[in-house]
Design a protein around this ligand. Structure first.
Ligand code: GLY
Length: 379
């Protein structure tokens, strides 16, 4: 065992994995061909039908690939492949929605097509992954040194911390093709983010606006957090996992150091319950939490623990386990009343508070599988 987890924790992991298997089998039957985002009256919606370009549309196929790796049950593979085919109309511009795509093509096609290619070797999935990587690479501003986040001329200089989680698509494309240019773009963006987005105290800015001709910082925005200068917890968790993954793919010490730095800050902010508030710099009341930030940060800390010397490991690993145990004890619904597992995800400080969100379940499941060492790391 890579992690040297205690017998007690290992038993706990086994019981969570059993609960996941039972629940996901029923959920898969309920979902059918839908690509969900959240639940309505307990049942998953079909977000793809409503908005094919929606940034989370890769997480459901990602969940299915995790379940396939964990169980070898063919139904998950078949469902993941169907979902991937559904995404084709966006990727190949067949329905006019192509221009709605943005920096989150990594979330969308890394977890659907690249996962399929890496698990089954499907050559068509590899092409889809490369098309998505080319899209992401094309968003790089060569003078500014950053990947543009969303669309619209007025936001051309905007870059967001979330993009760090899309960089693994570029690292994969470099490894797959042998062309270093994808990796160079990913590293340039990570370096720019390291310089400007991580504050000296380890907290993280959500949105930063650069001059598109020079790359000078113009302004920062609170984005999905409480406000300018605040500390949106999911943004912190994107930074922890995003920089840890950039380290995994480049071995650049700076990235691991930054992942650790943001993790230390995150750990200091969750001491009360090990479940993050939506923003670590917001009023005490009302108390808004975001379980998705906890699940993502747990994945990031497990990843960090793989790359640090032995005496450092336990800080990250134990914290990840504490977060996951808190989530499991207080925030998981294993009943049939709802299709989702994790309760109380939050889209942002100002909207979509305390609801089920598909990526909460994805990262919770990923974290459990990472600890159980089941399957490959999809990133
Ligand atoms: N990437 C958008 C979000 O985390 O809500």
């Amino acid at each position: 065992m890579m992690f040297g987890i205690s017998v007690q924790d290992s038993n706990w992991l086994d019981s969570v994995w059993e609960n996941i298997k039972v629940k996901m089998s029923k959920v898969a039957a309920n979902v059918g061909d839908k690509i969900p985002y959240t639940t309505v009256d307990g049942r998953y919606d079909d977000k793809f039908k409503e908005d094919p370009t929606w940034w989370t549309n890769g997480f459901w196929p990602g969940i299915l690939w995790l379940m396939y790796m964990g169980t070898q049950d063919e139904k998950y593979r078949e469902m993941a492949e169907k979902a991937e085919l559904r995404l084709d109309k966006v990727l190949f511009g067949l329905d006019g929605s192509f221009e709605g795509l943005h920096h989150d093509v990594g979330f969308m096609w890394h977890l659907s097509s690249v996962a399929n290619y890496r698990i089954t070797g499907n050559p068509e999935s590899k092409i889809r992954g490369l098309i998505a990587a080319n899209h992401l690479a094309s968003r790089f501003n060569i003078k500014g040194g950053f990947i543009t986040a969303w669309n619209g001329k007025e936001r051309e200089g905007w870059s967001i911390i979330d993009t760090m989680m899309n960089l693994p698509l570029l690292y994969w494309a470099s490894n797959e093709t042998g062309y270093s240019r994808y990796r160079f773009i990913a590293e340039a963006h990570a370096d720019k983010t390291a310089e400007n987005v991580i504050r000296p105290d380890g907290s993280v800015i959500h949105i930063i606006e650069y001059d598109t001709n020079t790359g000078e910082v113009i302004k920062t925005y609170g984005g999905q957090g409480y406000g300018t200068g605040s500390s949106w917890s999911r943004g912190q968790s994107w930074a922890i996992y995003g920089f840890a993954l950039s380290y995994l793919h480049t071995q650049k010490t700076l990235y691991l150091d930054l992942a650790k730095k943001v993790a230390h800050y995150f750990i200091s902010c969750i001491q009360d319950s090990f479940i993050p508030t939506i923003d670590f710099r917001s009023p005490d009341a009302p108390l808004y939490i975001d379980t998705t930030a906890g699940a993502i940060a747990a994945c990031g800390m497990i990843e960090i623990s793989k790359h640090v010397p032995s005496f450092e490991k336990k800080l990250y690993l134990n914290t990840a386990i504490k977060i996951l145990k808190s989530l499991e004890k207080e925030q998981c619904d294993w009943t049939d009343k709802t299709d989702s597992i994790l309760k109380n995800g939050s889209e942002s400080y100002n909207s979509g508070i305390h609801k089920s969100i598909i990526y909460g379940d994805f990262y919770f499941l990923e974290a459990i599988m990472k600890l159980k060492e089941k399957g490959i790391c999809l990133w």
